[in-house]
Design a protein around this ligand. Structure first.
Ligand code: FAD
Length: 289
C-alpha cells in the first residue's frame, strides 16, 4: 500500500522514524526495537539512509522486514549526494524487487571535499524524485524545513525550490524537527500560499537528554524556545526527569497540532520503543477522537 493512500483516510495517523545500525553487529538490537515499535501500530515506519556501506544496505533490509514480517507500511529513505547515479539506480531497482512502494527522496548532506556539479551524481533531491518516477509506480516523500534549510539565506528561495521538488513528483512532505509549533503553522501558511498542496507531516523529536538536544541543534540548526530551555535548565542534569519532561513536551506539541487540525504526525523515535510507547499511551484517548 502507498503511504499517500493511507494519509487520505479521514483519521489521525502517527508514524515513526528509525535509523539502521551502522554495523552488522548491532543489527539485531535495532530490529528488536523496530519489532517493539510495530506493536504500537503506527501508520508507517520510516527507515533513514546513511552514506554508503552497511548503513544503506541495512535500510533496505529493515524496510523489508517492517513490511513483510511485521505487516506495517514501510518508507525507505534514499539519499543521492554520496552515491553515483548508477548506485542510486541499483538501490531503486532493489526496492522495487522487494515490493517496497514508498521512498523518501533526499539529497543527503554533501560529503566533505565534494564539489558540485558532478555529472555522475544527482545534485538536488528533485532530480532524484524524477529518477524514481522513471523507475516505477512509487509513492515518493520529500523533506521540508519549517525554519528554512541551512544552505539558504532566504526562506523564500527555500519555498521556491520546495515547490519545484513537489512539482517533480512528491506525494507528501515530512518536516525537519521543530520545537515551536507556531513556526510550523507559519510555514504551512507560506507553502500553501506558494501553491504546495500535498500533505505535510510535522516531524516531532522527543528530546530526552541534554546531549540529544545539543546534537539535534548541531544537526538541524533548529531554534529551542524559552519554554524548552527552562525544562532543560531545570531537569537536564537528571536523566530520568529529563526523559519524562521531554516526553511530556513532545506529547504537548502533538496535542497542540492535533487540536489545530493536523491529522498526520511523524515521530523521530531515535530507536527508543519506550519513548514511542509513552507518547502513544499519553495520546490513547485523543487519537480515537
Ligand atoms: P534538496 O531538496 O535538494 O535541498 C537541498 C538544498 O538545495 C536546499 O537548501 C534547497 O533549498 C536547495 N535547492 C533545491 N533545489 C534547488 C535548485 N534547483 N537550485 C538551487 N538550490 C536548490 N539525511 C540523510 O543522510 N539520511 C536520511 O535518511 C535523512 N532523512 C531525512 C528526513 C527528513 C524528514 C529530513 C527533514 C531530513 C533528512 N535528512 C536525511 C537530511 C537531509 O538529507 C539534509 O537536510 C540535506 O542537506 C538536504 O536534503 P533535501 O532532500 O532536503 O535536499
Amino acid at each position: 500500500m502507498k503511504i499517500i493512500d493511507r494519509l487520505k483516510e479521514d483519521r489521525i495517523h502517527i508514524s515513526f522514524e528509525v535509523f539502521p545500525p551502522k554495523t552488522d553487529e548491532t543489527y539485531d538490537k535495532v530490529v528488536s526495537a523496530v519489532d517493539e515499535m510495530a506493536e504500537l501500530r503506527p501508520a508507517f515506519i520510516s527507515v533513514t539512509y546513511g552514506a554508503g556501506g552497511g548503513t544503506s544496505r541495512n535500510t533496505v533490509r529493515i524496510a523489508s522486514h517492517i513490511k513483510d514480517d511485521l505487516h506495517v507500511l514501510s518508507l525507505a529513505h534514499l539519499t543521492c549526494a554520496s552515491s553515483t547515479k548508477a548506485e542510486v539506480r541499483t538501490v531503486i531497482e532493489n526496492l522495487k524487487e522487494l515490493g517496497i512502494e514508498n521512498i523518501l527522496a533526499l539529497r543527503g548532506d554533501i560529503p566533505e571535499g565534494m564539489t558540485f556539479p558532478d555529472a555522475d551524481r544527482f545534485r538536488y533531491a528533485f532530480e532524484l524524485v524524477e529518477e524514481i518516477r522513471r523507475h516505477g509506480d512509487f509513492c515518493i516523500g520529500g523533506a521540508c524545513y519549517p525554519e528554512g534549510h541551512v544552505e539558504n539565506e532566504h526562506k523564500a528561495d527555500d519555498i521556491r525550490y520546495l515547490k519545484q521538488k513537489v512539482d517533480s513528483g512528491v506525494d507528501f512532505l515530512t518536516t525537519q524537527m521543530f520545537f515551536d509549533n507556531d513556526i510550523h503553522y507559519n510555514f504551512l501558511y507560506r507553502i500553501r500560499e506558494a501553491g504546495i498542496t500535498v500533505p505535510v507531516l510535522p516531524g516531532i523529536m522527543p528530546i530526552t537528554s541534554a546531549s540529544q538536544m545539543k546534537k539535534s541543534q548541531e544537526l538541524s540548526g533548529t531554534m529551542f524556545p524559552r519554554r524548552f530551555l527552562a525544562i532543560l535548565d531545570r531537569f537536564g542534569s537528571s536523566p530520568k526527569a529529563m526523559k519524562q519532561a521531554g516526553i511530556a513536551y513532545a506529547t504537548d506539541q502533538i496535542i497542540d497540532l492535533l487540536a489545530n487540525g493536523v491529522k498526520n504526525i511523524h515521530i523521530y523515535t531515535m530507536n527508543k520503543p519506550d519513548v514511542a510507547a509513552a507518547i502513544m499511551s499519553n495520546l490513547s484517548e485523543i487519537i480515537k477522537v
